[in-house]
Design a protein around this ligand. Structure first.
Ligand SMILES: O=c1ccn([C@@H]2O[C@H](COP(=O)(O)OP(=O)(O)O[C@H]3O[C@@H](CO)[C@H](O)[C@H]3O)[C@@H](O)[C@H]2O)c(=O)[nH]1
Ligand SMILES: [Mn+2]
Length: 356
């Protein structure tokens, strides 16, 4: 009798969902996600109870839990913004994270077959990336592909993959101005490709359909301070992506984008989004050059050290744009302190294995 396959990374991966809604969307994902542990970060009013379909193994955190667990350090976790999801990354004890929004459903490929997005993310994250030399036949580690002629053999082993960035059919992740001028545009284009984002190139990381190796890059996955009381929104994942890419480039880690697709069903309100994004749209004309020019010292060999160095540069170079960046820089430090408090180095990682 065939032994049922154990789902890949079943005990090494958590699924983080930020939500202000009930989670009936999980019904559609049940065949693919039920074997995995969920970390649900309930945003907004903690007295609301959200409905979670039967049969899922989960832990649920609301704002009261975040405040109880982090105390004053909870100030670095956004409130009333999907950025709160990063609390789930911090409390997880697993090696990998898959984060998905509650308005993202199972998409179909051009043949009409359902896409198991998590399975594709796992393939992406478990195979190497090629940031140092572009392979024109895309991801050489996919079935039916390889390195093309002229690709240096010395670079073919690739580097460990830290991030797998998936895409979206139907409602694309457009900013508010684009949404306003193209309200009816839907993404119907399924591109069967996975690409490594080359070293030295930034990208707009969307948190809707994202997987990462928590042990390689977790401490850099801070979704910047947004939402209640903050002058900006909908740049949480972008901020994380820029910090992550600079640190991945510094540490020789890879970031992939492309497959898998999910079906993004809900367009959030473009006018509300415009208000949230407004300052970010012009601030980013200074933020991007900052990250493009950012350098980290040779002494920065851990993600935490890299992140603290970045936070100092944020205060020094972006603080002059707006006091928000001073607050964000401090929040970046608080995030690392909270991360290290909840994730003390394992005994083996301590110098000569000394007990902490
Ligand atoms: O205050 C809030 C609002 C929403 N959430 C949860 O976060 C995700 C995304 O929410 P939604 O799908 O309504 O918004 P989008 O504009 O489509 O989100 C995309 O834009 C980015 C803005 O940061 C975001 O990262 C993308 O996913 C849902 O699960 C909501 O339930 C929340 O927790 N708090
Ligand atoms: Mn959405």
């Amino acid at each position: 009798m065939a032994v049922p396959m154990t789902p890949l990374l079943k005990d090494e991966l958590d699924i983080v969902i930020p939500t202000i809604r009930n989670l009936e969307f999980l019904e559609m994902w049940r065949p693919y996600l039920q074997p995995y542990h969920l970390i649900i970060v309930q945003d907004g009013d903690p007295t609301r109870s959200i409905k979670i379909p039967e049969g899922f193994d989960y832990e649920l955190y609301n704002r009261n839990d975040i405040n109880r667990i982090l105390g004053p350090k909870a100030s670095c976790i956004s409130f009333k913004d999907s950025a709160c999801r990063c609390f789930g990354y911090m409390v997880s004890k697993k090696k990998y994270i898959f984060t998905i929004d509650d308005d993202c459903f199972v998409a179909k490929d051009p043949s009409g077959k359902e896409i198991n997005a998590l399975e594709q993310h796992i393939k992406n994250i478990l195979s190497p990336s090629t940031p140092f030399f572009f392979n024109t036949l895309y991801d050489p580690f996919r079935d039916g592909a390889d390195f093309v002629r002229g690709y240096p053999f010395s670079l073919r082993p690739g580097v460990p993959t830290a991030v797998s960035h998936g895409l979206w059919l139907n409602i694309p992740d457009y900013d508010a101005p684009t949404q306003l001028v193209k309200p009816l545009e839907r993404n119907t284009r399924y591109v069967d490709a996975v690409l490594t984002i080359p070293k030295g190139t930034l990208f707009p990381m969307c948190g809707m359909n994202l997987t990462f190796n928590r042990e390689l890059i977790g401490p850099a996955m801070y979704f910047g301070l947004m939402g209640d009381g903050q002058p900006i929104g909908r740049y949480d994942d972008m901020w994380a992506g820029w910090c992550v890419k600079v640190i991945c480039d510094h540490l020789g880690l890879g970031v992939k984008t492309g497959l898998p697709y999910i079906w993004h069903s809900k367009a959030s309100n473009p006018f509300v989004n415009l208000k949230k994004e407004y300052k970010g749209i012009f601030w980013q004309e200074d933020i991007i050059p900052f990250f493009q020019a950012a350098t980290l010292s040779n002494e920065a060999t851990t993600v935490q050290q890299c992140y603290i160095e970045l936070s100092k540069q944020v205060k020094e170079k972006l603080g002059k744009i707006d006091p928000y960046f001073d607050t964000l820089s401090d929040a970046m430090v608080t995030w690392i302190e909270a991360w290290d408090e909840l994730n003390p180095p394992k005994k083996a990682e301590l110098p000569n294995g000394a007990a902490k």
